[in-house]
Design a binder for this molecule. Structure first.
Ligand code: EAX
Length: 325
């Protein structure tokens, strides 16, 4: 009798400790460049909420917003190693890890948001995602940074001749730099966390980023002129460490990928909202906004770069993207 009772007690204790193990939530660290209120924060929050719900609280996130863990290249490296679980990053430095990504960084490749999103969500974009695992990264899905526009402290930019001679910070992205040189600007690659200070100190004259980044990073405080050049689409990605992915059940994997889709929808919506309302806000904050730029002159200037892009990526592959309607 006594023995039976102690067996029973032990069994209860065992099952209690088992369920305690099962219920201990795993906290995933997620990093991104801009604030928690920005497009990256909004998309990441929706993703994390969905993961928490879908795994009944077994997984949740700790956010490292505003480049708290360094630049995007550093965060991607950390995700590869597994010291960071997730990063919501622009493709800026990603082509250095997964070369197949570079083609979507070509300037003036996409006509508008609909075109870009259709390509990312379609076979071309989805195929690029399959290239990540062999490079030690899991791409859960495309998110979005937005169309990039130029800002500077010197003058209005309507056409390439106005941009010529300006020292502009660019991402650490060869495809961008090659294209921007044809506009006559002096591209100066730099990690994002250094950018505000560089603009403030005048180390560079300008930079280029989507409206949600210009807004959330308060570049109006250090830049006078904003030209809505929309010269390149800046895709973004939600990347997960293979270390985490390897531990997930098939059902949890599905939860993570579905959560990434919902996060992407929310992030794109925030980009739309900022494009719709943010430009007026930036004007209020003191920026002079040039709404009509000479897009044809920029495209014309880019022609020599497109010759090289065709050599590097294949003219037919570029055309396939351009032809998506
Ligand atoms: O992803 O580096 C950049 O300019 C990026 O657009 C920014 O980090 C947000």
């Amino acid at each position: 009798m006594k023995l039976k009772t102690s067996f029973a007690l032990a069994a209860v204790a065992f099952s209690v400790s088992l369920s305690a193990i099962a219920q201990t939530p795993t906290t995933l660290k997620i990093g991104y460049a801009t604030t928690k209120e920005s497009h990256y924060g909004v998309g990441s929050t929706v993703f994390c909420d969905e993961v928490e719900k879908g795994t009944q609280g077994r997984y949740k996130c700790q956010h490292f917003a505003s480049s708290a863990l360094g630049g995007e290249r550093e965060m991607i490296e950390a995700v590869q190693i597994g010291t960071l679980d997730l990063v919501n990053t622009s493709t800026g430095p990603v082509g250095n890890f997964v070369p197949e990504v570079k083609i979507v960084d070509i300037p003036f490749l996409f006509r508008d948001y609909d075109h870009a999103r259709k390509v990312m969500d379609g076979p071309i974009g989805q195929d690029i995602l399959t290239k990540f695992p062999s490079k030690g990264l899991i791409a859960l899905g495309w998110t979005e940074n937005g169309f990039r526009h130029m800002t500077n402290s010197k003058r209005d930019i309507v056409k390439p001749a106005d941009a010529a001679g300006l020292k502009m910070r660019t991402m650490e992205n060869k495809v961008h730099m090659e294209g921007y040189k044809t506009f006559g600007i002096q591209p100066t690659p730099m990690a994002f966390p250094e950018l505000f200070g560089a603009l403030q100190q005048g180390t560079v004259d300008g930079q280029e980023n989507p409206i949600p980044v210009i807004l959330s990073s308060k570049f109006a405080q250090v830049q006078k002129h904003l030209s809505l050049t929309g010269h390149v689409y800046s895709p973004a990605l939600l990347l997960l460490s293979p270390k985490v992915w390897g531990k997930l059940s098939d059902a949890d994997k599905k939860v993570f990928t579905e959560a990434a889709k919902k996060g992407s929808v929310a992030q794109r919506k925030k980009v739309n909202d900022d494009e719709a309302n943010g430009i007026a806000q930036l004007e209020k904050d003191g920026m002079k906004v040039i709404r009509t730029v000479d897009g044809n002159a920029f495209r014309e200037a880019l022609k020599p770069a497109y010759v090289n892009y065709a050599k590097e990526f294949g003219a037919d592959n570029i055309k396939k993207i351009q032809d998506v309607r």
